[in-house]
Design a protein around this ligand. Structure first.
Ligand code: NAP
Ligand code: MG
Length: 403
């Protein structure tokens, strides 16, 4: 059978540890036999990042900007231990942080739902996609502990040197704490556009929430920017696609999310997204079933798994022991990137292939063949735990049968 041809390359960002092993297996077993893969390869493994003084990370992000679609393997974010383990010149920054900053993107995380694994909230029968605004607020704050007798003010000096002051609190008879934080109209606008675009892509409603009744300037600004951009640029497109943009207070949103059956995108401010993404991921079952895509406001897509490099499994693998590492989120990163490449380049056969990879993966699990993490959650009676490679080989058999 002739292999599927691609027109434009996708950017391939290789990574570290167990996910690097899985990466190669996915290509060998599921993709290369069927697709004449055109990719521009960047090795974001920690050794090569160190060798290139991390230049390779920025190069890969710029390539993503050029071609529009990337797929990324999980990578190590160095800490003190990794400095010695890899004999690093510097404690290089998180590649995801670098790429996100260069693309000015928003991360959308979606759980992959399979029969046999019931969410902890059983009514969540469709996925809830969380979009987290990954800039500013408490993550770039300035804070102080202050002594009794201190008067604390917010001071803004404008470009002409004029000061505006506003009292935070007078600590008359007790010590206390204060905090200053910020966001920018530019960042909030990019976040809003990424969310509106992604909602149109998925043809799903978009929810956004803040605490604008209490935070009448700060949170209200988020609400206003979303509303202005929606009215000016997206209202017609949304009604054309039959979807809605819905704003509410964060506490109301949380209550509605719990009562819902899923199937929408929930845009969250930075802190809300940090907290709620862990809640939603846990409720759906396993981090290894969570896909992630970084979407820039001008429409660059970078697909990846939400989990890390699965270090503990990698050390077992190095000792020659069998592991049972779940490759589903990394498979869906590849299928997501191939499908997006197919959509942009008008390659229906590539899109259809990506769909078949996804359905072969889900059918394999639903037939009872799964990795250990899923077996411990699944209610299927005939389930069988397999090792990392066998799982991919079994998916490969289903895929071959469906092609
Ligand atoms: P992790 O790789 O997500 O793994 C944590 C644990 O979760 C694993 O030990 C394993 O539990 C389970 N797990 C995660 N993914 C799994 C999978 N695909 N299949 C089966 N089990 C899975 O997080 P970590 O061990 O804390 O971090 C390892 C490295 O990843 C760190 O260097 C960190 O910097 C990096 N990281 C990268 C990214 C990214 O590139 N996006 C994100 C997060 C972390 P058991 O051991 O109990 O089986
Ligand atoms: Mg968190």
């Amino acid at each position: 059978m002739a292999k599927i041809q691609m027109k434009v390359p996708l950017v391939e960002m290789d990574g570290d540890e167990m996910t690097r092993i899985i990466w190669k297996m996915i290509k060998d077993i599921l993709i290369n036999p069927y697709v004449d893969l055109k990719s521009e390869y960047y090795d974001l493994g920690l050794e090569y990042r160190n060798e290139t003084d991390d230049k390779v990370t920025a190069d890969s992000a710029n390539a993503a900007k050029k071609y529009g679609v990337a797929v990324k393997c999980a990578t190590i974010t160095p800490n003190a231990e990794r400095m010695t383990e890899y004999n690093l010149k510097e404690m290089w920054k998180s590649p995801n942080g670098t790429i996100r900053a260069l693309l000015d993107g928003t991360v959308f995380r979606t759980p992959i739902i399979v029969k046999g694994i019931t969410p902890f909230i059983p009514t969540w029968t469709s996925p809830i996609t969380i979009a987290r605004h990954a800039y500013g607020d408490v993550y770039k704050n300035t804070e102080m502990q202050v002594k009794a007798g201190s008067k604390c003010e917010l001071v803004c000096t404008d470009k002409d040197g004029n000061e505006t002051r506003s009292l935070i609190h007078e600590f008359t008879d007790t010590d206390g704490i204060i905090q200053g934080m910020h966001n920018t109209d530019a960042s909030i606008s990019s976040f809003a556009r990424s969310c509106f675009n992604y909602a149109l892509d998925l043809k799903q409603d978009l929810w956004f929430a803040s605490k604008d009744t209490i935070s009448k300037k700060y949170d209200h600004r988020f609400k206003d920017i979303f509303a202005e951009i929606f009215d000016a640029e997206y209202k017609d497109k949304f009604s054309g696609a039959g979807i809605e943009y819905f704003y509410t207070l964060i506490d109301d949103a949380v209550a509605r999310v719990i009562r819902s059956d899923g199937g929408y995108i929930w845009a969250c401010k930075n802190y809300d997204g940090d907290v709620m993404s862990d809640m939603v991921a846990t409720a759906y079952g396993s981090l290894a079933m969570m896909t992630s895509v970084l979407v820039s406001p001008d429409g660059v897509y970078e697909y990846e798994a939400a989990h890390g490099t699965v270090q503990r499994h990698y050390y077992k693998h190095l000792k020659g022991e069998k592991t049972s590492t779940n490759s589903v989120a990394t498979i869906f990163a590849w299928s997501g990137a191939l499908k997006k490449r197919g959509e942009i380049d008008g390659l229906a056969d590539l899109c259809a292939f990506a769909d078949k990879v996804e359905s072969a993966t889900i059918e394999t699990i639903e037939s009872g063949i799964m990795t250990g993490d899923l077996a411990s959650l699944s209610t299927l009676e005939n389930k069988k735990t397999v090792d990392t490679e066998t799982f991919l080989v079994e998916i490969g058999k289903k895929l071959a049968a469906n092609i």
